[in-house]
Design a protein around this ligand. Sequence first.
Ligand code: APR
Length: 259
Amino acid sequence: MPLDDSTLELISKAALLIKSSRYFIALTGAGVSVESGIRPFRGPGGLWTEFGEPSTDGYRSFENNPRKYWEEKINPVRRSSFGDSLSEAKPNAGHLAFSDLETMGILKSLITQNIDDLHIEAGNKNVLEIHGNKLKLRCVRCNTRFQKTGFNLSTLPPKCPKCGGIVKDDVVMFGEPIPRDVLVACQAEAERSDCILVVGTSAVVYPAASLPLIVNDRGGVIIEINPLESDLSSICDVVVRASSGEAMPALVEALKRLA
Ligand code: APR
């Protein structure tokens, strides 16, 4: 459905704010991948809405028995349709628009809560994956990341070739602290920014949801694209109630007209 005039007006207003900003960044969540066939977690059609949120002791059981964690990973009891959707998904028009904003030199960095690698597949280079990446493994001692493909799993739990620490999936589990290197990098980007675009997140999971607050506390601008209300909507300067796949390409067009 084409965007209506009032929504297009809000997108033009957002484009003006972005154009006059000094250091523009973005924060994305599951909503940007919905149009790629991946379910969100909360709200209508959400995975947790249907199955309930996972318990937070997932990471503790990994720490207690990393070998069991790996055995279950290698021989999962059952396939998950969510897992299948992750492996089949392709970037949508929203992802491609973010890549255009980086190529245009407007978007300085993109912080995503998504583990689906779709922003990188779409072409974005300056991406911080605060919850990890499905294609990578990570050493829990030195935080070195490794491509999953071809990693030696002959002994379980696999050890880090650099420091000998235990290696796990890069995806951050419930109850697991965000790896310090990526958290510090995300906070540094928020502290540098005077304008943040927040797309497709309910903004209820911290510390990711604190990043727009950092920008706001420093007098910066927050722009939201989300078809529904989020925990952040009330403090946003511009709120666009539309899907990412429709609104993001329109935002790129509006910025091109201003260029
Ligand atoms: N375009 C834009 N936004 C959308 C779209 C769409 N097509 N479809 C849904 N949304 C919005 C929803 O209205 C909701 O506000 O995307 C948001 C998705 O929210 P969540 O499912 O809570 O996802 P997210 O905020 O990314 O969750 C954060 O929680 O479960 C953990 O680790 C998981 O990274 C995840 C974190």
